[in-house]
Design a protein around this ligand. Structure first.
Ligand SMILES: [Zn+2]
Length: 382
């Protein structure tokens, strides 16, 4: 069996080799240094590295929690997969002509090395707190919902103030300097679940529906590979669970964002599952990449408004919506039997240019859920 879980230095070497082999498509740079003076690697993948920053982008972060090693390994394997296949896979070529991938494979290099070499269950970074304890939970060090605490020995100690840590400062500065980022995925373990960002309003805002649908479609890609079912849980504010996390910070910058909890165990004892987890997450990431362009802030596509039910019969339902008429635009309607369901070709029930639709042959006394999106047939933007 292939032994994975490479050291931080080993992954840096791999990325430098990829850069030498694929200079047109790939770049590695440092976006800052940790307490222990390790470079925080940021890698970029694009069809044309020179124009990468002008394209809408996916932002991947892994292993912000030291013991959650899968994020780092998945980043290495995903980057290698994309580069190895880019020249022969027309789908990847299309996605990477329109969009860019940024990855911080390991957002907590000091903690990761400490977890690998000394104490596998270590979670925080390696700041020396003033009282002899070590570490700040980097995913509690962002400003949204930051909780001030003096309990420095806690595993979820958020630091003296938001962005007190060089690791989170580096993530912040990179994100603020790259407004082209449209989707952010933060990889953790464990739980086989997506945790989309909370907007602290209701579960049915358009952004929330977009995030739930993105996650549901990624989950469906995973299910197709392994049969594994990923849940989607937004959580209810003001849950302590989400105080000061990167996910809400990215969302506050207008980025659709989710935590992805991979696998059922979080540390080194899950070697056997690892290859399978990586195998099932690569297509899910490619799906996310496909959606990046649709959430571009300068997209000319507007959203469908006032999507509503106008009539419910015993076996039909009439739907209606608003949209500024455009001869290049049609609408896709998806029907599902549960909330937070995927929307793909298998549950697409119509494509129409009309602003209303009657769905017939429904069973009575059953719940149905509908999603709609506008598609520009010339640009294929959605
Ligand atoms: Zn975590």
């Amino acid at each position: 069996m292939k032994i994975l879980y490479r050291s931080y230095d080993a992954s840096t070497t791999i990325f430098k080799e990829l850069e030498a082999e694929y200079p047109k498509y790939f770049k590695i740079e440092s976006i800052g240094q940790t307490w222990e003076k390790r470079d925080i690697n940021l890698i970029t993948i694009s069809k044309n590295i020179k124009t990468a920053n002008s394209k809408p982008a996916l932002f991947y972060t892994g292993t912000i929690h030291a013991r959650e090693w899968i994020g780092h390994e998945l980043a290495i394997e995903f980057a290698s997969y994309v580069l190895r296949n880019l020249e022969t896979d027309p789908t990847l070529q299309t996605y990477l002509s329109e969009s860019t991938i940024y990855m911080v494979p390991c957002a907590n290099p000091d903690g990761y090395e400490y977890s690998r070499n000394h104490f596998s269950f270590w979670r925080k970074n390696r700041r020396q707190n003033m009282d002899g304890t070590y570490g700040v939970d980097l995913n509690r060090n962002f400003p949204i919902g930051f909780v001030k605490s003096t309990n420095t020995s806690s595993n979820v100690y958020g630091g003296p103030e938001p962005f007190s840590e060089p690791e989170t400062q580096s993530l912040r500065d990179f994100v603020l300097a790259h407004p082209n980022i449209t989707i952010a995925l933060d990889y953790h373990s464990q739980g086989n679940v997506f945790f989309p960002a909370h907007d602290f309003r209701h579960e049915d805002t358009i952004d929330t529906i977009d995030m739930n649908t993105l996650c549901a479609n990624m989950a469906e890609e995973i299910r197709k590979i392994s049969g594994r079912e990923y849940g989607i849980h937004q959580g209810k504010p003001p849950a302590k669970l989400i105080s000061g996390s990167g996910r809400e910070f990215y969302y506050s910058q207008g980025i659709l964002s989710s935590v992805v909890e991979v696998g059922t165990r979080n540390i080194s004892d899950y070697m056997e599952d690892m290859n399978e987890n990586i195998r099932e997450h690569i297509p899910a990431l490619i799906y996310a990449l496909k959606e990046v362009d649709n959430y571009s802030k300068n997209s000319p596509m507007s959203r469908v408004n006032s999507f509503d039910v106008t009539e419910i019969g015993s076996n039909h339902v009439n739907l209606k919506w608003d949209f500024t008429i455009d001869k290049d635009v049609y609408f896709e309607i998806f029907r599902s039997r549960s909330d937070k369901h995927f929307c793909n070709a298998s549950n697409l029930i119509t494509k129409t240019q009309s602003l209303e639709f009657s769905d017939i042959n429904l069973a009575s006394n059953k719940d149905y859920f509908y999603n709609i999106r506008a598609v520009n047939k010339k640009t294929n933007q959605k």
